[in-house]
Structures are given as structure tokens and as C-alpha cells.
Design a protein around this ligand. Structure first.
Ligand SMILES: *Cc1c(COP(=O)(O)O)cnc(C)c1O
Length: 402
């Protein structure tokens, strides 16, 4: 039917006369909505109250509604991947005092792509050549105390790790093959050289620096602190305390290095980072999560964590033989942490047993073993869950009493 005919046809339908071919009252189709599908239940996947913290194995963090909403919106439109990265990157850079930024597939991928960018610069031949570093500066200097598993992200690019301990060793290690100096923020106390000195020595020799601060918010100011300090590349996880998408992270820093890093990732192929794709939904979600995190009331949040800890302490403290201790990890996962231990002659259970009982109870609860006791971290607890944890831990400790 042509449009003209259609209009004519429509105009012929009497108004208010009920059902005609083209005009069926909506009510006829209105059904009670089907019961919402619960895919986790359907697959028999155990879900749990997370009193352990942002562990990758436990899927780390839950996204805020704003982030989920952003992901839903993003999923319904096409956009050019590079444009999404450009626009989001600009905003993130502004928020974090960096020249430029890009969303990566977690902090790990920020480490890989950032290192790749340092090795290749804007040379597409070098991008295609990695992880073969022939003809490139390829040594990354790392303090011995910082050399734990995460350097594997750096060596993925073909880079070689050079370990040093003292300033003298560092000065000696720097040569024409030195590509970068890497710093692991959470292990800063394990190194002899601190941030400012690390950056100063690097600048003197015109060597780019990178810092891994994956799990090191709060405090929120860490998001710009290391950019302000002069690190050329800063890598952070999006799906830990920021509660962004679990497979997103941020690489930020010097404009030319971010541009170079992006050459090794999607949408471009034939590079080492093609598999480290972040979809537009998560890029957008990362931005919204970051923005929300920066703008939230951090003092109020801290007080809420303390009050959750208090609730749990109140429930278990009165049990004879049980002691509690509250601390705050100094750098990574810098949030209130509750340690519960007990005299095993009075409360006859091991921490492993207690963990299993909490895991197998209803609802299932995850805590962490520590020494002879358990650690409870509250920053991943959802509203009201502290009471559930408090009751369950008390219940199990009482049951184990001699
Ligand atoms: C968690 C973590 C990473 C990896 O971050 P993802 O966002 O999971 O990729 C890297 N470095 C450190 C120190 C971390 O704690």
C-alpha cells in the first residue's frame, strides 16, 4: 500500500468504534510479564555475599546502577570504537589530571599496552614486530622488591626486566637499551627508591616511567596523584573499588605514549593487543563509574564501612575466646578490615572450617583466611549484608564452642 492510500485507509476507520483490522486495543495484547529469567540460578551458579574483597576469582566488584544503565544504552547503538575511546579518553584525562587516557581491558592490559607504546612509539613496523624487540630499546628497570607476578604483563611485549635495588645500581643499569622504569605502587615499601626519586632519576635520563596502582583507590586522590607526580603512564583497575566493569581499566599519561599504546590494541589488528578488546559499552561504563567514584562522598562511605565493621564486631566480640582487630591496609585495598581470631581450645574450629561453613551456609558467604583467623572486608558488601555476615559468623562460632 502506498503512503497516500494508507492515509486514506486510516481516515476511513471510524473513531471510537472498537476493534478494526488496523486498530486493535492494546489491552488485547497486554500480557502479564513473563517471570524474569534468573540465569545464575538456571545454571546452578553459586552466588554469595562478598565479605572478602575485590578478588578476580570472586568477580571482584558489582557495578552501580548508573554503570549498568550506561552499558544498556551503549549496547543499543553503533559507534566507531576509536571515537568512543577518543571522547571518553578526553574526559577521563581531564578528571585525572593526565594529558590523555584510554580504557583498557583491565589494569593488566593497561600495563601491556602502555609498555608496547613505549617500545614502539608511532612506528607501525615496530607495532607489528612485537613481541620481537630486535632494534628497539627493550629493557624495563624494576626494583627487586616490586618484581612480583605482575611484571609478566610487561614481558608479554617482549621487554626484558632488569632488577635493581639501590640508586647506584639503578644509575649503573641505565643504558641505551633502557626503555622504561616501572613502579609497583602497592609494593613501594618493599623498594629502596620511592616515587619522587624514581621519577626524578628517570627524567634526568629521559626515560619514561610507568606506575601500576591497580587496586590503590581509595583514596580517590590517587587517581591524579601519580599523574601530578610526573609518572608518564599510570595504570589502574576499573573493576575494583571504582565498581566499574570488571574487565575494564585505565591507561593514562603522556599524550604521545597513549597514542602509541593504542596502536597495539583494537580496532587495529596485527598487534599484540588485538585480543585485549574493550567493547564500547564497557568503555562508556568505565567513564561513568570513574565519574561517579570521583564525585561520591568518600567520608560518608568510609563511615558506612566503619559502621558495618562495628555491627560485625558487636555480634562476635561477646563470645568467650573470640577477639577482633580492625586495621586498614596502607596501600592496596585501603579500606577498613576486620580480623577475627579465636582461642581454639574454646572455639573448636579452624579458620578453614569456618570458611567452608560460611560458604556452604545460606546465604553463602565468602571471607578470607588469615593466619589462624579470618579477614572480613566490608567494602564489597551490599546494603544490609553486614547483618547477615555478623549473624552467620556469630552462629558458627557459637556452634563451635566447647
Ligand atoms: C588487580 C591488579 C592488577 C590487574 O588488574 P585487572 O584490572 O584485574 O586487570 C594488576 N596489578 C595489581 C597490583 C593488581 O592488584
Amino acid at each position: 500500500m502506498k503512503r497516500r492510500d494508507l492515509l486514506k485507509y486510516a481516515s476511513m476507520i471510524p473513531i471510537g468504534t472498537g476493534v478494526t483490522a488496523g486498530l486493535i486495543p492494546i489491552k488485547t495484547f497486554a500480557k502479564t510479564p513473563a517471570a524474569k529469567r534468573d540465569i545464575l540460578k538456571e545454571l546452578g551458579i553459586r552466588t554469595f555475599v562478598n565479605a572478602a574483597g575485590t578478588y578476580t576469582a570472586m568477580t571482584a566488584s558489582l557495578m552501580h546502577d548508573e554503570v549498568v544503565e550506561t552499558i544498556k544504552q551503549g549496547a543499543k547503538k553503533f559507534a566507531m570504537l576509536d571515537e568512543v575511546q577518543d571522547k571518553v579518553g578526553e574526559k577521563i584525562a581531564e578528571l585525572c589530571h593526565a594529558e590523555a587516557a584510554t580504557v583498557t581491558a583491565g589494569c593488566w592490559s593497561a600495563l601491556v599496552l602502555g609498555t608496547a607504546g613505549v617500545l614502539t612509539g608511532m612506528d607501525m613496523k615496530k607495532v607489528a614486530q612485537l613481541p620481537d624487540v630486535t632494534g628497539m630499546k627493550s629493557e624495563v628497570i624494576v626494583q627487586k622488591g616490586h618484581n612480583i607476578g605482575y611484571v609478566h604483563a610487561l614481558t608479554n611485549t617482549g621487554a626484558i626486566i632488569v632488577e635493581i635495588e639501590t640508586v647506584q645500581e639503578l644509575e649503573k643499569a641505565i643504558n641505551e637499551k633502557t626503555a622504561m622504569m616501572w613502579f609497583l605502587n602497592t609494593y613501594a615499601p618493599m623498594g629502596k627508591i620511592q616515587h619522587e626519586e624514581w621519577v626524578a632519576i628517570a627524567k634526568k635520563h629521559k626515560i619514561p616511567t610507568m606506575i601500576d596502582m591497580a587496586a590503590d583507590v581509595p583514596p580517590v586522590s590517587n587517581l591524579w596523584k601519580y599523574n601530578d607526580l610526573g609518572f608518564d603512564l599510570v595504570c589502574v583497575s576499573g573493576g575494583k573499588a571504582m565498581c566499574g566493569p570488571q574487565s575494564a581499566g585505565i591507561l593514562m599519561g603522556k599524550k604521545e605514549l597513549i597514542a602509541a599504546a593504542r596502536l597495539s590494541g583494537p580496532p587495529r589488528g596485527g598487534n599484540i593487543g588485538r585480543g585485549m578488546k574493550v567493547n564500547k559499552e564497557e568503555i562508556l561504563g568505565m567513564y561513568v563509574a570513574l565519574e561517579k567514584y570521583i564525585n561520591q562522598d568518600h567520608d560518608a562511605e568510609w563511615k558506612m564501612w566503619e559502621s558495618k565493621i562495628d555491627t560485625i564486631v558487636t555480634f562476635v566480640n561477646s563470645i568467650e575466646g573470640v577477639t577482633t582487630e580492625v586495621s586498614v591496609p596502607p596501600i592496596a585495598n585501603h579500606t577498613p578490615l576486620l580480623f577475627i581470631k579465636w582461642d581454639e581450645s574454646k572455639v573448636k574450629t579452624t579458620n578453614k572450617d569456618l570458611m567452608l561453613k560460611l560458604r556452604n551456609g545460606s546465604p553463602s558467604i565468602e571471607v578470607m583466611a588469615n593466619g589462624n583467623g579470618i579477614n572480613i572486608t566490608v567494602f564489597m558488601l551490599q546494603e544490609g549484608e553486614e547483618k547477615i555476615v555478623a549473624k552467620r559468623v556469630r552462629e558458627e562460632l557459637l556452634l563451635a564452642k566447647a
